[in-house]
Design a protein around this ligand. Sequence first.
Ligand SMILES: [Zn+2]
Length: 414
Amino acid sequence: MNSSEATFSFEITTTAEGLARAGTITTAHGPIKTPCFIPVGTKATVKSVLPESMKALGAQALLANAYHLYLQPGADLLEEAGGLGRFMNWPGPTVTDSGGFQVLSLGVGFKKILAMDATTFRSDDVIADKKDRLAHVDQDGVTFKSHIDGSIHRFTPEISMQVQHQIGADIIFAFDECTTLHNTRKYQEAAVDRTSAWAKRCLEEHRRLTDMRKDHPYQALFGIIQGAQYEDLRRLAAKDLGSMSTSGISFDGFGIGGALDKRELGTIVSWVNQELPEGKPKHLLGIGAPEDLFIAVENGVDMFDCVLPSRIARTSAVFTMTGRFNLSNAPYRRQFAPIDDECDCYTCTNYTRAYLHHLFRSKEILAATLATIHNERFIVRLVEKMRQGLIDGTFSEIKNEFLAKYNIKRQNPD
Ligand SMILES: [Zn+2]
């Protein structure tokens, strides 16, 4: 074990029913009380919102994207700036994802397919069909074209680790191959094998970089579990990465990634968490819809991240305890009430639906700021309530009460 390991730990403080639990992760930049929703600042900023506002709304940590920061402004620049947190004026814990998802989704252009529910057809060619194929996977890594200027780049497990060490987040992720529900079973098997080989290489490179950079705060490395919708592949991947140890180190935690059919979310997460070591944190990547968060927490997930609250806020869609609605729609023009009566955020404390409706209709940039503050607070607070519910033994009541009121059908498409 390396010398700076003491700066990362996870303590489970409450074990609830099934796999659910509450705990505290300790990082070099402070604690994260779990379960926890981590807002996304893809390019080292939560779009339109000051870090001080993110802190005030209860965000404990922020997640940025290694792929985007590598392309722009460059990982070396972040290192020179003193790391991600210092660069963006966020003193708390930070997280970066490995770039595996973005390299493949932006490169190949299957972003929309990844978000879709499972369908009956499976073809590995669907990804490239009629698209300019911008990413190529081989055994050693991924070659891809920048979505910014078309320049050619290559990520390998080693490069992903080097980039993430330069960026300097407290929690980083192993480089994985993210598949879609449209890949064939055979392709999913090959991707799980590749992700396993890459995980080992990430651990080795992470060990080398950690030893070489002892003057830097310790960065915790999480392995990513793939396997799509297949129970045997998910369990195999979880067992494999869960027990993986090389160069004297193992993963500090785990990410659950890849294609997930929303209807199977709880089942898939439970397969994985039954196999992974209990005492390590589990992060569900890219999930943020309220109804999904409850399912994930009761199946043992400790952390989430998702662009959903901020992305939909910029299109005027806001969460309330009764479901989502669009502020720019006509009915809200004269509603002099907060977005959500039950919300304690800065926006709901000070502004009305009518004012936000006006800002959106007149295309004022403050609209994005105020709506994002509300949506991020809504999700952060919902997960805070889940945590308290786990501690008090009232999680099921909170869940049932929320889902009875929260009308999923009221949602607008993203
Ligand atoms: Zn609010």
